[in-house]
Design a protein around this ligand. Structure first.
Ligand SMILES: O=c1ccn([C@@H]2O[C@H](COP(=O)(O)OP(=O)(O)O[C@H]3O[C@H](CO)[C@@H](O)[C@H](O)[C@H]3O)[C@@H](O)[C@H]2O)c(=O)[nH]1
Ligand SMILES: [Mn+2]
Length: 393
């Protein structure tokens, strides 16, 4: 039987009040499980007092399920639900998102009185338990069309009645974007003009597009971010980080830091993670440097110390690659030595030594970026994590 809190009567029947409150996410693939793990860890890190729940579909591997059980209070199996709405999904450019209809199962979690749904591609940056003071359906505006809410973060009240209504609505009207967001926006259609308390501040669902569309606001208010949402096709765990905005890269590094805080994964898994996270951090630092060369940059002060850290890090790489340093001249034409731009100009070394050091740093970087890091030597997991911590703190 269905249970409610705050609704004392429904169809003439007094409803028994149900228990707790929970953060809920969803993973229908092993990749999204990685994101879900980070959602749970980041919630815990910031001391949530609420339960954490992940809904999973039957295709999830045993290994992923195990990883989820480790970090979530509840792992709840659900069936796949797909909009199969290829026309609308192709307008959105995301044919894979029909499966996000599976999200609607969250309304069946009636063992909880109130929940906050978080997409698996979100990262929680501070305690956000105050969201439970809001009511259904509270969400932040979607930056693409601010009269629609983004369905990556929303407050809802589990109810089989609402769940049924949503399914009926889906059958009768479909979804205007083929995914859950279109459906939810037409179902909760009073959101844009209704109760203002249901409009969550944008910092609860901050995403990269704000960087592109209103950079000064991002610079002014970005540090207030509470939940970052890696909305769009390139997720932190995918290999598409090169297309991200410069500032989002910083959040990608934080995502990796959370992901790498796991101490139980296999050595091979860790090596892969480290490789990806290191190349993403490097990219971020280079972007920071590019920003810092602009006169008014807020990053200006920190850059020279970062440059020194990189230099110090790369000095350690000198010896093993010395004998290879002549084999890479053709590549050097296409890619300028990174250390040239990252090193403070005042460094007191001779020009010849400088050129040699540059060549070695470049060589180390090429090997690193080609995935040939020295995992047993200077690029051990511990060393790299130390470096990440230094850069991120
Ligand atoms: O193959 C998939 C795809 C999605 N999801 C889950 O569904 C969520 C939404 O998908 P996502 O890739 O995060 O979509 P977005 O890039 O965030 O795109 C937007 O559009 C989606 C479809 O309307 C909405 O679900 C999102 O909240 C909205 O931000 C994910 O976070 C996961 O929790 C899976 O588990 N497996
Ligand atoms: Mn998302």
């Amino acid at each position: 039987m269905e249970e409610f809190v705050g609704e004392t009567k429904e169809e003439g029947i007094t409803i028994i009040q149900a228990g707790g409150e929970a953060f809920v996410t969803l993973a229908t693939t092993d990749s999204y499980c990685k994101g879900a793990v980070v959602v749970a860890r980041s919630l815990r890190r910031h001391g949530t007092t609420r339960s954490t729940v992940v809904m999973v579909t039957p295709n999830i591997s045993e290994q992923s399920r195990f990883a989820l059980k480790d970090v979530f209070d509840e792992v709840i199996p659900v069936d796949v639900m797909d909009s199969d709405d290829h026309v609308h999904l192709s307008w959105l450019g995301r044919p894979e998102l029909g499966i996000t209809f599976t999200k609607l199962h969250c309304w069946t979690l009636t063992q909880y009185s109130k929940c906050v749904f978080l997409d698996a591609d979100t990262l929680v940056l501070c305690n956000v338990d105050e969201l439970f003071e809001r009511d259904e359906l509270s969400a932040a505006p979607d930056p693409g069309w601010p009269d629609c809410f983004n369905s990556g973060v929303f407050v809802f009240r589990p109810s089989l009645h609402t769940h049924g209504g949503l399914l009926d609505h889906a059958l009768q009207h479909g979804s205007f974007d083929g995914g859950d967001q279109g459906l939810l926006n037409s179902f909760f259609s009073s959101w844009p003009a209704g109760d203002i308390s249901k409009r969550l501040p944008f910092v609860y669902n901050l995403n990269a597009s704000s960087f592109y569309s209103y950079l000064p606001a991002f610079q002014q208010f970005g540090h207030n971010a509470k939940i970052v949402h890696f909305l769009g096709a390139g997720k932190p765990w995918s290999q598409r980080e090169e297309s991200r905005s410069l500032t989002m890269q910083q959040f990608v590094c934080l995502w990796w830091k959370e992901y790498l805080s796991d101490t139980t994964s296999s050595t091979a898994g860790k090596q892969q993670q480290v490789r990806t996270s290191v190349s993403c951090c490097r990219l971020w630092l280079e972007h920071k440097h590019a920003d810092a060369t602009r006169p008014s940059s807020p990053f200006q002060r920190s850059t020279s110390s970062l440059a020194l850290q990189i230099q110090e890090r790369e000095e350690q790489a000198k010896m093993p690659f010395r004998e290879n340093s002549n084999s890479s001249n053709s590549l050097a034409v296409h890619s300028p030595p990174p250390s040239e731009s990252l090193r403070p100009l005042s460094e007191p070394v001779t020009r010849a030594a400088e050129a040699e050091a540059d060549e070695e740093r470049l060589q180390h970087r090429r090997l690193w970026e080609a995935g040939r890091a020295d995992y047993l030597g200077r690029d051990t997991f511990q060393n790299i994590q130390k470096m990440l911590d230094r850069f991120l703190d």
